[in-house]
Design a binder for this molecule. Structure first.
Ligand code: NAD
Length: 556
């Protein structure tokens, strides 16, 4: 196969990959800019990985001003591999355009400001820029690959990108450069994997001092407060040695709002790494635990949404959340896996299965919860005398949480895949998602060989699905609608209107406590069938509607 020489952006723009001559010219230009920035008193920061986190973190650093003079104090070089898959991010950034689509207007504005006005941010694919840095921030991915559906224990951490990045950094940085790993890593990675890689590279270069390596994980949340969730949020950090710790504290105080959101400094990097893994496993566990009570509720006339609401009144329990159709996002489905894997493969313990009972189970439950949505859809259609095979089903909401366009590992994907396997004709609506790459490009998304399509049959045609924005149009002729995500647009839908758009009665499946009791009643009165995750009281409403209709008929 001929080697591809272009990288194509999501909007379809083609960028030729740089050649050796381009690299040299680019480096000469960077050196010139860095010289000028240093003359101006700025610190040089290289951010490795221009993904969801790195691109925005880089802009936040580039936007930093000296607290006394108010002048920009950092010059940032964003570095990204020149791969066919990702190179396009560089030319886009250098125009001042964000490579990540965010609901937060501050992302685009800040990147444009730093690139075009302040001129404190430039992007490159030439990692020789590492030699110019006073500080390097690492934001490359560290994935956890699951081998089977609902079996986290057979998964593996994919440290490839991170290890390669650390090797390059060790080969190129100045001895006194601070290196800060922000990537979520398996506990032990910073001190027992990354530090030795850097030390070995330093030794090969004849450098006698210890590399200055630190860890501070990201807590970024997609949505309208994307920038604030990085800059104006509590951070945790640790250094491999005393000097690394001093430097990382100084750096984070300079670039983040640590006045209002104090920094927590841990003794060792493994403690900072474990903090991230435990906080995400905690969240994943609460959600998974509610799955059994959701099934209990469905079968015993209980509305779990009201149970959760009642419990949340108690201040000690006010962060309980209703479990939707799976968990989603980049972090929650994988982070416990990184911890479980590290216990054996980095830290050398053989009794992982005796120690880790709850966290793996939580991930497995969350990963497969969405399959139940397919069962509910099948049953609702059956109650209407229809079959799921060949039924036109509309899924409302492709992303993993409300009012964002982030589709990574969303429960909705599992719903679509399972229903496609059962023969349903799927259509998708989402006001925030333009392209559902997990479906459209399933051969290469999230990476080749890793699509959830491998766990199901009959998936080929899902590549043809295009996310629709016109709800009325997508509902035309639908036999079932699945309200999968509580996007604003779905909260106030009028049942009469939905039935009118569909042109007939349809099955309505609520995955997220979206329907009010009035709406449920209204759908049932219109002759629709309603089913929902965790909402067993629907049966009661149905009996009431039936009784009311009967008494109306008798009184007529
Ligand atoms: N996205 C989130 O919501 C979120 C939240 C909290 C924490 N995190 C953590 O942040 C980290 C980064 O996540 P992300 O969402 O930004 O990932 P991402 O996949 O969007 O970005 C990673 C980028 O690094 C690049 N890269 C890989 N190897 C490289 C190399 N050798 N040199 C230069 N660039 C390289 C990739 O091409 C990609 O552009 C992960 O550890 C993740 O767990 C993410």
């Amino acid at each position: 196969m001929a080697e591809q020489s272009h990288s194509v952006s999501p909007s379809g723009e083609r960028f030729p990959l740089p050649g050796e001559g381009d690299r040299r010219a680019e480096m000469a230009h960077l050196e010139e800019l860095v010289r000028a920035a240093r003359d101006d008193g700025k610190e040089i920061v290289v951010v490795m990985g221009m993904g969801f986190v790195g691109a925005v973190m880089a802009a936040i650093i580039a936007d930093t001003v000296d607290k006394e003079t108010g002048k920009p104090s950092k010059f940032v070089i964003g570095c990204q591999r020149p791969s066919v898959r990702s190179y396009w991010k560089i030319p886009l950034l250098n125009r001042g355009q964000s490579p990540v689509k965010a609901e937060d207007p501050e992302v685009d504005a800040m990147i444009d400001r730093c690139v075009n006005q302040k001129k404190t941010f430039i992007a490159t694919s030439n990692d020789d820029c590492l030699g110019l840095a006073d500080c390097v921030v690492v934001d490359v991915q560290c994935d956890f690959t699951k081998q089977a559906l609902g079996d986290m224990r057979t998964g593996e951490a994919d440290m490839h990108a991170l290890e390669a990045t650390m090797r390059t950094i060790g080969e190129k940085v100045k001895p006194d450069c601070l290196v800060l790993i922000e990537t979520t890593v398996a506990p032990g990675t910073t001190e027992f994997v990354a530090w030795p890689i850097m030390k070995k590279a330093f030794a090969a270069r004849g450098i006698e001092s210890q590399p200055l390596l630190a860890h501070s994980f990201e807590r970024v949340m997609p949505g309208r407060a994307y920038v604030a969730s990085i800059r104006d949020f509590w951070r945790v950090c640790a250094g491999c040695n005393a000097e690394a710790r001093r430097r990382v504290e100084k750096f984070l105080h300079e670039v983040l709002n640590t006045t209002d959101f104090p920094l927590t400094v841990m003794d060792r990097p493994i403690e900072s790494e474990t903090t991230k893994i435990v906080e995400n496993s905690y969240r994943a566990t609460i959600l998974a635990f509610l799955n059994e009570w959701s099934l209990f509720s469905e079968r015993n006339g209980v509305d779990l949404t009201k149970v959760v609401k009642a419990i949340r009144m108690r201040p000690t329990h006010n962060n309980m959340i209703f479990p939707g159709p799976g968990i989603g996002g980049y972090c929650l489905p994988k982070d416990a896996g990184l911890g479980y894997w590290a216990y054996k493969h980095i830290l050398g313990f053989e009794d992982g299965d005796q120690v880790f009972k709850i966290s793996p189970l939580a991930v497995d439950i969350n990963d497969t919860r969405a399959l139940h949505v397919a069962e509910l859809t099948r049953d609702a259609l059956r109650n209407m005398g229809r079959s799921i095979a060949g039924a036109d089903v509309v899924l409302c909401g492709a992303s993993y949480r409300q009012d964002v366009g982030d589709t990574r590992y969303s429960g909705s994907e599992m719903v679509v895949r399972k229903l496609a396997e059962m023969g349903a004709e799927m259509r998708v609506h989402d006001p925030y998602v333009d392209h559902w790459y997990e479906l459209e490009l399933q051969d290469e998304y999230p990476s080749p060989g890793h699509s959830w399509s491998r766990f199901f049959r009959n998936q080929e045609h899902l590549e043809e699905i295009r996310v629709q924005k016109d709800l009325a149009a997508v509902l035309r002729g639908a036999e079932a609608v699945i309200l999968a995500v509580p996007h604003q647009e779905y909260l106030e839908l009028d049942p009469e209107q939905v039935v009118q758009w569909a042109g007939k009665t349809l099955a309505v499946i609520d995955c997220f406590g979206i329907l009010s009791d009035d709406a449920i009643r209204h759908y049932l009165e219109l002759g629709c069938e309603v089913k929902a995750l965790g909402r067993g009281h629907i049966k009661r409403i149905k009996e009431q509607v039936r009784a009311d209709t009967e008494s109306l008929r008798q009184n007529a």
